[in-house]
Design a protein. Structure first.
Length: 186
């Protein structure tokens, strides 16, 4: 028996996941019961759980996807982004480490480099990396949208938009990423 569900089963699952459907997780779990070592299913479950604001379960599923398939770059990126938006920048950087070994023409590497600059409040450098990544990302257009939102927020920070008045205890990056803690990336 294969450790992975078939491409057809995966396509059918993706087609039936509606995002608002309360049964999405049940559908994924049914396939996971037959294919518990399929990292794609764990990734899909984690991403779906993020959308449902079930963060602890989402983290466990994303972590499992990366554990099963350390080279599953999108899952690694998403796990790191989840960690970053959860306030664990050091953990995110460690998770993303292998992505920085990808070729420089890989959009995930450029996005991670941008996020690394963002962590250090280096907004101009972050924007440059984000834009470079968006220019070469043909695999995941929804991710370009999300990165575009980060770019817009970076530009606000550069233009003096900063953090809310009276809240100087929070870095600009913490404030900015807090706006993305709902897990908008795909």
């Amino acid at each position: 028996m294969s450790k992975l569900c078939s491409d057809q089963q995966m396509a059918e699952l993706i087609e039936t996941i509606g995002g608002d459907d309360v049964h999405d997780i049940e559908k994924i779990d049914r396939l996971l019961s037959a294919f518990p070592e399929d990292p794609r299913l764990h990734f899909m479950k984690g991403s779906t759980l993020v959308g449902k604001q079930r963060m602890i379960e989402a983290h466990l599923s994303l972590q499992k996807a990366v554990e099963l398939a350390p080279d599953f770059a999108v899952a690694r990126y998403q796990l790191g982004f989840f960690e970053l938006t959860s306030g664990e920048a050091d953990k995110a950087l460690a998770t993303w480490g292998p992505l920085l070994m990808l070729p420089t023409d890989n959009y995930l590497r450029r996005f991670v480099e941008g996020l690394t600059h963002l962590i250090r409040d280096e907004f101009e450098a972050a924007i440059g990396e984000f834009e470079a990544g968006m220019a070469i990302n043909q695999d995941n257009p929804p991710m370009n949208h999300d990165i575009g939102l980060l770019i817009a927020e970076c530009r606000k920070m550069l233009g003096g938009g900063g953090t809310p008045a009276g809240d100087s205890s929070e870095s600009a990056t913490s404030f900015l990423l807090g706006q993305f803690s709902s897990g908008t990336t795909h």
